[in-house]
Write a protein that binds this ligand. Structure first.
Ligand code: URP
Ligand code: ZN
Ligand code: ZN
Length: 482
C-alpha cells in the first residue's frame, strides 16, 4: 500500500536548522511526512543528494512593464524555466508605476502576464510617484490584494523619490501592514559625479563604478534607515554591495530596528574590474550598486555570518546584450550613463552561492538554505508554507548533487537573455531535480511544466514586519493622512 504520492528516499534533508538522512513523503503537493521506509506511488532515490527547500528569489525583474509599452525580454515562461532549472520554485517580481500614472492599472496588466508563470509568484509594488491617490487610495487596494511589499528607488531617473515622497511611502506601508524595500544610492551625488566624468571624456562602462562609489550607497542606506526609524516602518535594503554599507544595517539591528539586508551573487564573484573589459564588453557586468573589489566580496561573508545580511537574491535583469532594446539600446558607443543597468542571474543564483558558501567551506548547507529560501520566505510573509521542509509545507524541493562540478554557460542558465556575466565560471554543486508542490518540474536540466501552473502567493499581514511601536515623542505621525 502507498501512503504517499511521492517519496524522496534516502537523501540528506537540509532544513534551516539541521541536516539528517531520511525519506520525505509527499501527498497532495505538500510534505506529509519525514521518516524512514516510507512508501509512495513513485519513489525517487536521493542517495548522496541533498534534499533542500526550493529556492525563493525575492528580487528578480521578469517581464517588467516598460514605460511606453512592452516589457522586459525575460517573460514569465522563460524566467520560470531559468528558475526551475536552477532550483528556484518561487519568485517575487515587480509591478511598476510610471510617473504621472497610478499603480492599479499597471498591476492588473502585469498580473495577467504573470499568470503564465510556472513558478509560484508574488510581487513588490514599485512606487515612483507618491501622489495622494496612490498613497491614500491605491496602496490600500494593493495590500488588500495580498501584495505586502513596496519598492522605492532613492536614485535613477525617472524612478527616484525625494525624502518627502519616501516618507509618505513609509507611512502608507505602516498603515497598510506592508514591508518597504529600498534601492539605496544618492541620486544627486551620482548625477554630479556622472556629469564630471562625462565632461572629462570618461564614458566607458568602467566609469559606471566611478560614478557611484560605496559612500554614496552608504549615505542613502543611512538616510533610508533614519527615515524608516522616524516613521517606525520596517524596511529591507536591497542589493548591499559591500561591508561599508552593511555597517549601517548592523548599527540599526543592534539598536533593535526592523531593518534587513539583501545582497546578490554578483557582489561575491564580480568586481569593478569586470567593467573594464575592452570595447562595450564591460556593459555585461554593469549593475547598480556597482560590484566593488575582492576585499569587499570577502567582507560580505562576515556580514552574513554575523546576521547583518539575511538574503541572497539574484536581482535578475531581463535585458540582453545584443538585442536592440537591451544593453546597446543607445548604441555601443553610449556613455555609461545611458547603458541599462542590471545583470541576469535567476538560474545561476543557487549554484554560485552553493559553490561560494558550502563547496568553498565558508558555511554549511543549513546556512545556505536560510540565505536562499528560509529568510526570503520569512521576510516576505511566505513562511512556513515556503522556505523549509517540514510536514505541512508545500513540497517545493530541490535535489542537489554537492559533488557535481559544472562550468557555467549561458545555455545552462536557460533564460532568454543572450549572455551570462558568469560565463566560464566553475562551480561545484548542482541541481539535478526540482519539485514544485509535489510535481517534478525539472530533471537533469530538462524543465517540464505547464505555462500557468505557477500559483499567485497572496500574503496576509504577518508579525515579522509589525512596527515596533517606538515613534519620536510617542507621536505616530503616520496615523495622519498627510
Ligand atoms: O542594476 C540593477 N540592479 N538593475 C535592476 C534594477 C534595480 O536597481 O534593482
Ligand atoms: Zn535596485
Ligand atoms: Zn532590482
Amino acid at each position: 500500500m502507498s501512503d504517499y504520492d511521492l517519496v524522496i528516499a534516502g537523501g540528506t534533508v537540509v532544513t534551516p536548522a539541521e541536516m539528517f538522512i531520511a525519506d520525505v513523503g509527499v501527498k497532495d503537493g505538500k510534505v506529509a511526512a519525514i521518516g524512514f521506509n516510507l512508501r509512495g506511488l513513485r519513489s525517487i532515490d536521493a542517495n548522496g543528494l541533498l534534499v533542500m527547500p526550493g529556492g525563493i528569489d525575492s528580487h528578480c525583474h521578469i517581464e517588467q512593464l516598460q514605460e511606453g509599452g512592452g516589457a522586459d525580454e525575460e517573460t514569465f515562461i522563460t524566467g520560470s524555466t531559468a528558475a526551475l532549472a536552477g532550483g528556484t520554485t518561487s519568485v517575487v517580481t515587480f509591478s511598476t508605476q510610471f510617473k504621472g500614472g497610478g499603480i492599479l492599472q499597471p498591476l492588473a496588466d502585469y498580473w495577467r502576464r504573470a499568470e503564465q508563470a510556472m513558478v509560484d509568484y508574488t510581487f513588490h509594488q514599485i512606487i515612483t510617484d507618491a501622489t495622494d491617490a496612490v498613497i491614500f487610495d491605491e496602496i490600500p487596494q494593493v495590500a488588500a490584494a495580498g501584495i505586502r511589499s513596496l519598492k522605492v528607488f532613492l536614485t535613477y531617473d525617472p524612478l527616484h523619490l525625494d525624502d518627502r515622497q519616501f516618507i509618505r511611502v513609509l507611512a502608507a506601508a505602516r498603515r497598510n501592514k506592508m514591508l518597504v524595500t529600498v534601492h539605496c544610492e544618492n541620486y544627486e551625488a551620482i548625477n554630479w559625479r556622472t556629469a564630471a566624468l562625462l565632461a572629462d571624456g570618461r564614458t566607458a562602462p568602467k566609469y559606471h563604478a566611478w560614478a557611484r562609489p560605496a559612500m554614496i550607497e552608504r549615505e542613502a542606506t543611512h538616510r533610508a534607515i533614519a527615515l524608516a526609524e522616524m516613521v517606525d516602518q520596517p524596511i529591507q535594503v536591497f542589493h548591499v554591495s559591500c561591508p561599508e554599507v552593511a555597517e549601517e544595517i548592523a548599527r540599526a539591528k543592534a539598536r533593535g530596528l526592523k531593518v534587513w539586508g539583501e545582497t546578490c551573487p554578483q557582489y561575491f564573484v564580480l568586481s569593478a574590474d569586470h567593467m573594464d573589459r575592452p570595447g562595450f564588453e564591460g556593459a555585461k557586468f554593469m549593475c547598480s550598486p556597482a560590484p566593488r573589489d575582492a576585499a569587499a566580496s570577502e567582507g560580505l561573508w562576515t556580514c552574513i555570518r554575523d546576521g547583518v545580511l539575511d538574503i541572497v537574491s539574484s536581482d535578475h535583469s531581463g535585458w540582453s546584450y545584443e538585442t536592440p532594446a537591451g544593453k546597446r539600446v543607445n548604441g555601443v558607443d553610449a556613455p555609461f550613463r545611458d547603458i541599462p543597468n542590471g545583470v541576469p542571474g535567476l538560474g545561476s543564483r543557487l549554484a554560485i552561492m552553493f559553490d561560494q558558501a558550502v563547496s568553498k567551506g565558508r558555511m554549511d548547507a543549513c546556512a545556505f538554505v536560510r540565505l536562499i529560501a528560509t529568510n526570503p520566505a520569512k521576510l516576505f510573509g511566505l513562511y512556513p508554507r515556503k522556505g523549509t521542509i517540514a510536514p505541512g509545507t508545500d513540497a517545493d524541493i530541490v535535489l542537489w548533487d554537492p559533488t557535481k562540478s559544472v562550468t557555467l554557460t549561458n545555455a545552462l542558465a536557460q533564460h532568454i537573455i543572450d549572455y551570462t556575466p558568469y560565463e566560464g565560471m566553475d562551480v561545484t554543486g548542482w541541481p539535478v531535480m526540482t519539485i514544485r508542490r509535489g510535481q517534478v518540474v525539472m530533471q537533469d536540466g530538462r524543465v517540464q511544466a505547464e505555462p500557468g501552473s505557477g500559483q499567485f502567493l497572496a500574503r496576509e499581514p504577518y508579525d515579522l514586519i509589525k512596527p515596533t511601536g517606538n515613534v519620536p515623542n510617542g507621536f505616530d505621525a503616520s496615523a495622519f493622512l498627510v
